[in-house]
Design a protein around this ligand. Structure first.
Ligand code: NAD
Length: 505
């Protein structure tokens, strides 16, 4: 299977190397106006993948104008046709699922066992929102004595979508599918560390019959291309997934043009394990929710709040499991943790292990580079215990395979610790005491809570965070709320009084 993946990757890379990765504007692949490019390297072996167009404000302007022009017709495309095209995009994603998975693994370091699923989930995202196209414009009827009032929903206009490097393919589909279903047109700015899958996706959409200009892609740096997108007057809203500090920049940059924003930002999510929990299931979930996707996962449970009564037993088992996680080439189906996105990120994560020891915590597993994998950005799965709430490793988002264990006395103590960080994305609660589970779910600072479960996504449910983890929700109806405006129309029966001014006697 590894050999098959490597063969597929080789043929894809040969294609990409010839042309480089260009912008896609108005249905055409074109280089940056400046003719500048930047190099994209794989975290697997440091090899150069391709030269990528380095877009700037001029490319964003072209893309925004193309999106504005295409909006005039896309918003009026019949619902049946829009639905058909979105399903056809899903068909193409499924058709190209293998090439998407291998490219995404080589570009991001994410193990193929996860990128394979992400490709299929991308198709499911398109199908889900395709089926909602027909009902999306529906509003309310609120009749009054002399008027019939009714509302309808209309697409907000061309929108900017800015994505991070951790799960680029899946997140792009998650944002772009509802935008298109709403009738919006899109300018997508992918992360500079992981540009590969964005063009495969946009090309698959065009091949499926999406009209030109509806979906544009501009590659480049956040501070140039990304910033210009957030400042462009034709762009009516920005859907952003990334770091909390970048969210603040975007809010500032978008203020003069009154951008509507939706932010999905960082997390430092707690998983509570109480002494009455199903220990085996809790253990599986704790390991999965921190070490899957290389731990580069916004919803990962990076703080284990572990009850003192089961502390030793649970940590012993956890230590064995973490030490046994298979680190290796992400294209190998057996690999559980691959290389991190970039040498700078590898250094950051290793730096946190050093910091934890300096702060007085204990590195139980990992905290170093694996032997024999020197050419890639690998970090051994890391487990830290003895973490106290005042330590930086208890508060800052490490965004790697790095779990901090904190001992808790009781429920009250646990809630206090859980809410002591600035983030509030997800929380996971393991207990058989139903009342306690409900109390914690109510009191924990989080946008999403799972009880006796890992993160299992259900597309109609709201996704998003509180505090520094985000603004707004998406998923199901919530996505349409963001990408559409509600218009009220009031029609008189002809029976109401109209005040008369300047009346001639
Ligand atoms: P990042 O904020 O550095 O970059 C994200 C995107 O923003 C990139 O495309 C980048 O080019 C762009 N960007 C950077 N500066 C910009 C600016 N001034 N204006 C406009 N765009 C700009 O984030 P990252 O390092 O790529 O991703 C990791 C972060 O994403 C983590 O904090 C993680 O928690 C978060 N994340 C959150 C969720 C969620 O749903 N809450 C999901 C995935 C990732």
């Amino acid at each position: 299977m590894l050999a098959k993946n490597l063969k597929k990757l080789k043929s894809e890379l040969n294609k990409i190397k010839k042309t480089g990765i260009k912008n896609i504007i108005n249905g055409k692949e074109i280089g940056a106006t400046s003719r500048k490019t930047f190099e994209n390297h794989s975290p697997v072996d440091g090899m150069k993948i391709a030269d990528v167009a380095s877009g700037d404000a001029r490319d964003i302007d072209k893309a925004a104008k193309a999106a504005a022009e295409a909006f005039k017709t896309w918003k009026n495309v019949s619902h049946q046709e829009r639905k058909r095209i979105l399903h056809a995009i899903a068909d193409n994603i499924e058709k190209y699922a293998h090439e998407i998975a291998v490219c995404e693994s080589y570009d991001t370091g994410q193990p193929i066992r996860f990128t394979k699923k992400a490709a299929i989930r991308g198709a499911a995202n398109f199908r889900y929102f395709a089926d909602k196209v027909i009902d999306a414009p529906n509003g309310l009827s609120t009749p009054d004595t002399h008027h019939v009032n009714f509302t309808m929903k209309q697409p907000i206009g061309p929108v900017g979508i800015i994505t991070p490097w951790n799960a680029p393919f899946m997140l792009s589909t998650w944002k772009i599918a509802p935008a298109l279903a709403s009738g919006c047109t899109v300018v997508h700015k992918p992360a500079e560390f992981s540009p590969l899958s964005a063009n495969i996706l946009a090309k698959a959409a065009h091949e499926a019959g999406l009209p030109k200009g509806v979906w544009n892609v501009v590659h480049g740096m956040g501070e140039t291309a990304g910033k210009a997108l957030t400042e462009h007057d034709d762009i009516k809203a920005i859907s952003f997934v990334g770091e909390t500090t970048t969210g603040s920049h975007i809010m500032r940059q978008g203020a003069p043009t009154l951008k509507r924003v939706h932010f999905e930002l960082g997390g430092k999510n707690p998983v509570f394990v109480f002494d009455d929990a199903d220990m085996e299931r809790a253990l599986d979930a704790v390991v999965f929710m921190k070490y899957s996707l290389n731990g580069e996962r916004c919803t990962s449970s990076s703080r284990l709040l572990l009850h003192s009564k089961v502390y030793k037993k649970f940590v012993d088992k956890l230590q064995k499991r973490v030490a046994n996680i298979k680190v290796g080439n992400p294209l190998d189906p057996a690999t559980e943790v691959g290389p991190l996105i970039h040498p700078s990120h590898q250094e950051k994560v290793l730096g946190y292990a050093k910091l934890a020891a300096e702060e007085g915590a204990k590195v139980l597993v990992g905290g170093n580079k694996p032997k024999g994998l020197d050419e890639g950005c690998y970090v051994n799965p890391t487990l830290i215990e003895g973490v106290k709430t005042n330590m930086r490793v208890a508060n800052e988002e490490v965004f790697g395979p790095f779990l901090s264990v904190i001992k808790i006395k009781d429920e009250e103590d646990a809630i206090k610790i859980a809410n002591s960080v600035r983030y509030g994305l997800t929380a996971y609660i393991w207990t058989k005491d139903i009342e306690r589970a409900h109390r914690i779910a109510r009191d924990v600072d989080a946008g999403m809570v799972w009880i006796n479960s890992q993160n299992v996504r259900h597309l109609p449910t709201p996704f998003g965070g509180v505090k520094y983890s985000g603004i707004g929700r998406d998923g199901g109806e919530y996505s349409f709320e963001f990408y559409m405006e509600t218009k009220n129309i009031s029609v008189a029966y002809g029976t109401h009084a109209i005040p008369k001014l300047g009346e001639l006697k």
